[in-house]
Design a protein around this ligand. Sequence first.
Ligand code: AMP
Ligand code: ZN
Length: 463
Amino acid sequence: MLRFYNTLSRQKEEFKPLNPKYVTMYSCGPTVYSYAHIGNLRTYIFMDLIRRTLKLSGYKIKGVMNITDVGHLMADSDDGEDKMAVAAKKQNKTPWEIAEYYSKIFFEDLQKLNIGRPEIIAKATEHIDDMIKYVQNLESHGFSYETSDGIYFDIAKFPNYGCLSRANLDDQLAGARVEVNDEKRHPADFALWKKADPLHIMQWQSPWGMGYPGWHIECSAMSQKYLGKTFDIHSGGVDHIPIHHENEIAQNEAITGEKSVNYWIHGEFMLVDNGKMSKSLGNTYTIAQLEEKGYSPLDFRFFCLNTHYRKKLNFTFDGLDAAKVSRERLMQALALHKASSAPTNPDTIAKYKQDFHAAIEDDINIPLALGLLFTAIKEPKSKDIYELALYFDKALGLSLDKLPAPKEETIDVPEEVMALVEKRKQAKKDRDFDLADQIRAEITALGYNVLDTREGVKVTPIK
Ligand code: AMP
Ligand code: ZN
């Protein structure tokens, strides 16, 4: 039974899609004004793990991810300039060039990290008409008001505001910063549409003059367009719970009066050296930077897979080094399993599969699932274990089929045995074959075989 932790109810719930075979899912995508950093990418790996878990549980998916190429202001509330415009000015390019460049790198990063591409990728700038219609719809239902700089959502008209974050509006009011926009009726009212001054680069014709959409309306307009008024899953990072996703709910449900998303699933943040990741601290690494330092993108994916998605994950290079070593060991062990023709008891394999499904279906417990893989590779060498790993890989996405050439297995031979091996070598050199045979018998008694080969003496445990 597949269960997800739903932010709405703050508990694990059995997953029951609206359509038993077909899951509808929306994931907040990137704002393409810069390279995605490893924190952002943790969130997309998390999205991918949800998708893989669904698929392995037998579902098909209609997934939508947006590309924000307009409207995301410097603060998630409505302060500051548009992130795209700021980047464009800085780099002396148009916002469209900026969006194209960073989108391309983003999709390359996804590919390097084995993150499956959602079925529908929706660019904000290609859905301006849908957003305008959405704002008009909210307007006609009486949920908005106009100020000198835009159209705002009137949260007082939506009593359920705060249902996701469980924030009390009065608390928000008390804690709010000094309000810059005194035309807003409530500090938490948010822009649906912004009026643009003539110098603003990205602007479109609208019933309210030239302007551009608010960031939150983008996700509502596109999710409702492709997935309908109620869909199954919405994913994103935990930072979006209090503003962005709360606003999406308000916009969606104000009009329909119905629950818009059944399961809100949020991924925890990545920290760097136990602190916030930020450009000014110079600790926002990109995948390209990790590659320059000699790591594979899959080392980073493996690093992420070791921590449950609802736990904070502290990034350190020591941690990434450990992940790299661990992944290499895994691949080596699998190469040896692949090379073996011995079978494993089918009941053993079936039990591993059953436990694996139980792990991933319990709120995507990938660390537990990964632990099972590490237990399985300790089984006697067998092609069946390799095949089992490939099955696990449908959920893990670690390219376990791209194995290195198998190296000789390194065995830790006890010092006592090694000392006897050396003694035997000397006895043979001295042509004292009786002594050599006697030492061999001692080694055998300790549980090891000695084999004289052209490459030298080989010591292997007796199985
Ligand atoms: P943005 O491009 O800023 O909209 O962010 C893209 C995604 O990355 C969002 O889903 C955020 O929740 C997520 N995100 C941002 N910072 C981090 C972080 N440090 N750790 C994990 N996810 C993050
Ligand atoms: Zn969104």
